[in-house]
Design a protein around this ligand. Structure first.
Ligand code: NPW
Ligand code: ADP
Length: 487
């Protein structure tokens, strides 16, 4: 983002102070939507860097917009100032704007304002907060006021490990510039912020798009670009035959959910391999789906499938390990989930035989069982990037924001989905979707991106009218959601 900043200043003939003005205007526009009442009393806490400069400009622009109770506190813990901060301070002084200087955290007056704008430190943070900044953050946090941060909460690193014992100036909302920071997507960010929204500040979009970054955010447009329309004269053979190896006596539902999702996501044919006791359930619940006896999981039978998913509800016994050994010998694209992942976690030798181009779909616990315990999500993601390269496979690391890591270690972040989806069976549905798109001929990465986006999007649509979303319902919805996405 700093490179885009510099490029825009150079190539769009825009000065850095103008860019700060543009950023502050974008902040104020979003702020006005969040806080429409112009009588709201607002304290703007400004550090001495460019984040503080934004705060000064925001205070002035809020006044211009009709906010009548805006007060500025200059957090003067450092002797260094930036040029644009100084210019914006002068603009405020010229307006006779009342300014309170705070040289030590203990000098911060008992703030009476209902709302605090945090412009103390932004993305220039180079280490975790300590000293006066830490005391200030703790004092402000203790006030329990509504806080809206400019760009990032003070003390929150845009990237790198988020330590559990770090102190942040906690924000209810962060209005950030141009692109979200990678650390916003980790569960640990909840210690520092509740929500974020992104505003455009006019940086050169072409430059941002062309600048290579290891992180991409999946968007509806990407899905539209990836999904191929169903052409005339095609038939069930065109859309691939997927096999799902899943389920035991007491976890047959996992197999049904995965198969249901596979079917509704458009695979030409879906077959499940479950214990024979599940046959009636399959025939009753999913008449389109075919059955393959476990005893028939032999190389010559399996070669005909266009994709095989294995794991949901399968159990971690010897049978699972034996099936894995068999399917690892094939040239069929694989999707590995749940118990199959746990078996690989128990046997590193088997993991080494994983065919390249496979798709692994672990949640946090399965991931740590496979690759070792992690203290932070940053570290976990770094391991995922390393392992995806080593295994030449795609890893879907599931969470509220799911990370899709490709064979080069690049990360696509999936923004769809919601807490209504926090219910058993949701992962089984995702596995069925992955199998379906792999069978339809999409690459492991394409299948992962389409499946994750679609999964969350269908969940979001259901959550518009429901508190919680059942996995079977979501599986039945994906076809309609996909149609809406590619229209
Ligand atoms: N393209 C964009 O995104 C745009 C971004 N813009 C805005 O600029 C912001 C970034 O501004 P920035 O680079 O001046 O850094 P900022 O966060 O104000 O802090 C710098 C000061 O903090 C200090 N410091 C650092 N860590 C510390 C610590 N742990 N504890 C104590 N001090 C610490 C550091 O001191 P130093 O360590 O260097 O001595 C330095 O003095 C960005 O968030 C956004 O709001 C827009 O205006 C325009 C377009
Ligand atoms: N709060 C949430 N927001 C978005 N997605 C969620 C949320 N909770 C769960 N999910 C999604 O649901 C799925 C859960 O997977 P998993 O834990 O393997 O479920 P199960 O084992 O019950 O099938 C993941 O794809 C995850 O991204």
């Amino acid at each position: 983002m700093r490179a885009a900043d510099a490029f825009t200043i150079k190539n769009k003939e825009i000065t850095s102070i103008d860019l700060m003005e543009s950023a502050s205007m974008a902040f104020v526009k979003a702020f006005a939507e969040e806080v429409p009442d112009h009588e709201t009393s607002i304290a703007v806490l400004c550090g001495k860097g460019n984040n503080g400069g934004d705060g000064l400009a925001v205070a002035r622009l809020l006044k211009d917009k009709g906010y009548t109770n805006v007060f500025v506190y200059l957090i003067a813990f450092s002797s260094k100032v930036t040029e644009d901060y100084t210019a914006n301070l002068k603009r405020l002084e010229d307006l006779w704007f009342p300014l309170v200087t705070v040289s030590k955290a203990e000098d911060l007056p008992e703030l009476k304002e209902e709302l605090i704008i945090d412009a103390v430190l932004g993305s220039g943070l180079n280490t975790e907060l300590d000293g006066e900044y830490k005391l200030l953050a703790q004092r402000v946090n203790a006030l329990n006021r509504r806080v809206i941060a400019i760009d990032v909460p003070t003390g929150f690193p845009a990237e790198g490990e988020l330590r559990k014992d770090s102190v942040y100036l906690k924000a209810d909302l962060v209005i950030c510039f141009e692109r979200p920071k990678i650390n916003f997507f980790f569960p640990e960010s909840a210690q520092a912020m509740k929500h974020f929204r992104v505003v455009s500040i006019g940086l050169d979009e072409d430059f941002i798009q062309k600048t290579s970054s290891s992180y991409q955010l999946a968007e509806a447009l990407d899905i539209r670009g990836l999904v191929k329309p169903r052409e005339s004269f095609t038939h069930k053979g065109t859309y691939g035959h997927a096999l799902i190896i899943a389920g035991q006596q007491k976890t047959m539902g996992a197999a049904l959910l995965a198969a249901r999702a596979c079917l509704h996501a458009g695979a030409g044919l879906t077959t499940v391999s479950v214990p024979e006791s599940g046959l009636t359930a399959i025939n009753t619940a999913l008449p389109e789906v075919m059955y393959l006896d476990r005893a028939d999981l032999q190389p010559d039978t399996l070669e005909k499938f266009k994709a095989i998913a294995i794991g949901p509800g399968l159990g971690t016994g010897k049978e699972t390990a034996d099936i894995l050994k068999t399917i690892f010998q094939l040239k069929v694209p694989l999707v590995i989930d749940a118990d199959a992942l746990n078996v690989l976690g128990n046997s590193p030798d088997l993991l080494e035989q994983l065919p390249s181009g496979s798709l692994l779909t672990p949640h946090m616990k399965e991931f740590d069982h496979l690759f070792g315990a992690h203290q932070s999500w940053w570290d976990r993601l770094e391991t995922a990037r390393k392992k995806a390269r080593e295994l030449q496979s795609v890893i879907i690391l599931k969470n509220q924001y799911t990370f899709i890591i490709d064979q080069t270690g690049d990360v696509t972040i999936n923004p769809t989905g919601n807490p209504g989806m926090a219910q058993g069976g949701m992962g089984d549905v995702l596995t069925g979707l992955c199998a379906s798109f792999r069978a339809q001929g999409y690459s492991a990465k394409e299948a992962a991106v389409i499946a994750c986006y679609l999964h969350g999007k269908a969940g979001d649509e259901l959550a518009e009218t429901e508190i919680s979303v059942a996995a079977s319902e979501l599986a039945g919805k994906v076809s309609g959601t996909l149609k809406g996405l590619i229209k």
